[in-house]
Design a protein around this ligand. Structure first.
Ligand SMILES: [Zn+2]
Length: 105
């Protein structure tokens, strides 16, 4: 446990910058207090990890973005299918109504 300069229990955080991707650190829980406490928990990343991890993160974010776009496309496709089904059912009942009216004459 460590405490910041204002005496509060320091918050556990994770850096996601390219140079420190996934590296844990502690700082003040109250970001607006002006407390400048900062302490790395993990040692620095090796030069290879500083290249590989940001690349993996970019790939992961790109895949997440594509996945979200695919979800939106599937939702739009489902909405079109439902609109089409509603139109078909309405047309069916309209035809039934028209045909039943023509039988009475
Ligand atoms: Zn503090």
């Amino acid at each position: 446990m460590s405490f910041c300069y204002c005496g509060k229990l320091a918050a556990d955080r994770v850096a996601w910058t390219d140079a420190n991707a996934g590296r844990r650190f502690k700082n003040c829980v109250d970001g607006s207090s002006g407390c400048r406490y900062f302490q790395w928990v993990d040692g620095p990343l090796c030069s290879r990890a500083q290249i590989v991890i940001p690349g993996l993160l970019r790939n992961m974010r790109g895949m997440e973005s594509k996945y979200e776009q695919q979800i939106v496309e599937v939702q739009k496709r489902e909405a079109r299918k439902w609109r089409f089904r509603v139109v078909v059912v309405c047309l069916f009942w309209f035809v039934v109504y028209v045909l039943s009216g023509s039988d009475k004459q």
